[in-house]
Design a protein around this ligand. Structure first.
Ligand code: SF4
Length: 373
């Protein structure tokens, strides 16, 4: 019998954005002309999984920019999902939104459609930084969107922020963070600006017209964030994620870190179940074409070997507050010596049979598993 934390999650990828942010490497297109066909294709894709997942306890509508969807599209998306899939009575229903879309009518629509968690892509409360990121909203719009969600009755609101922007000082960043806290968000995601290959920012960096912060400065901002939010009672439960209390940790995202099954629908969405991972084509046109011709849009699959799965478990464990069971290290040569050194360097703590990463450990979480191989 599965307990709720082991029930799978459902992810829907909405591949539409009002414009492309120059740092973004998520899959999305900036025309809306295929929205109707995308929705129809999604319904057909959902049918392919009929009977494979009996009960979900989370739904996450991400993207892209789900808040771009109009009332008719979003209502019919939700109606289709609720008709095809079963959700537990306490399921977490999240939708991502951008501040420029979240006006009172939209907030009321989210509420009426059953969403109980909103993740708002604010990024910064500083207009200079928002212009640099080429976001389509201002700090004032972000504040209005947060007010409007509150007035619509949402108390489970997450704010996404970005640090490590060119020229950003620690006090600039802490000002944004402080402004976010004035809205008492249930959740905060704080991501460092990373320059992904193929993005406009990567090309600007190559041309020498854009310089992100030095690695050392980024690390200092990460540690300052962790301290600032810990001092204000937030739980640092994953490298980039903070919750006001245990119940406001994002149930859906935790499934990715705990290797709990999830089904992803929509172009570029990933799924994981029974040790297998698969993903769909990264193109709205090909996605629609496959499904309209009765073919699966799955582009690739992989099954991890036991050794790969165990490396992945270590990698994920070092990224979360729950850390890892010491038993996972028992048969690894030199593990005890390495763990002792990690403790002495302040990267992990050992408590009640678990290895728990510290904020300093989170900073190097990706390199820790390799020490045991
Ligand atoms: S709105 Fe979000 S998904 Fe769309 S381009 Fe910007 S960062 Fe990427």
């Amino acid at each position: 019998m599965m307990n709720n934390s082991e029930l799978p999650g459902l992810y829907i990828h909405v591949p539409f954005c009002g414009g492309k942010c120059p740092y973004c490497d998520f899959y999305s297109v900036t025309t809306r002309s295929q929205m109707g066909q995308w929705l129809e294709a999604l319904e057909r894709e959902a049918l392919l999984y009929r009977g494979r997942f009996s009960l979900f306890d989370s739904l996450y509508i991400g993207g892209g920019t789900p808040s771009l969807l109009g009332e008719e599209t979003l209502s019919s998306l939700m109606e289709g999902l609720l008709r095809r899939f079963a959700f537990s009575s306490d399921a977490e229903f999240t939708i991502e939104g951008n501040p420029d879309d979240v006006i009172p009518d939209k907030a009321a629509l989210f509420r009426d459609l059953g969403f109980n968690r909103i993740s708002l892509g604010v990024q910064s409360f500083d207009d200079r930084e928002l212009r640099l990121l080429q976001r389509r909203h201002s700090a004032c719009q972000a504040e209005r969107a947060l007010d409007c969600l509150r007035r619509a009755g949402f108390d489970n609101v997450g704010i996404d922020l970005m640090y490590g922007l060119p020229g950003q000082t620690q006090s600039d960043w802490l000002r944004t963070l402080g402004r976010a806290l004035e809205f008492e968000p249930a959740h905060l995601s704080c991501y460092e600006l990373t320059i992904s290959a193929g993005t406009p920012f990567a090309r600007m960096r190559e041309a020498g017209v854009f310089a992100p912060l030095e690695e050392e400065e980024g690390r200092a901002l990460f540690l300052a964030t962790a301290q600032y939010l810990a001092d204000r009672g937030y739980i640092h439960y994953e490298v980039s994620n903070y919750a006001r209390e245990k119940k406001s940790m994002c149930r859906h995202n935790r499934k990715y870190w705990n290797r709990t099954p999830y089904l992803g629908l929509g172009p570029s969405a990933h799924s994981f179940a029974q040790g297998e991972r698969w993903w769909t084509v990264k193109s709205v046109s090909r996605y629609i074409d496959c499904l309209f011709k009765g073919r699966s849009p799955v582009e690739g699959r992989e099954r991890l070997s036991p050794a790969q799965a165990s490396l992945e478990s270590l990698a994920l464990g070092f990224r979360t507050k729950e850390g890892l069971d010491e038993a996972l290290f028992h048969n690894r040569p030199r593990a005890d010596k390495i763990l002792k050194e990690l403790c002495e360097s302040g990267l992990v703590n050992r408590e009640n049979g678990r290895i728990l990463p510290t904020p300093k450990g989170f900073l190097v979480a990706d390199s820790l598993p390799l020490l045991f191989y």
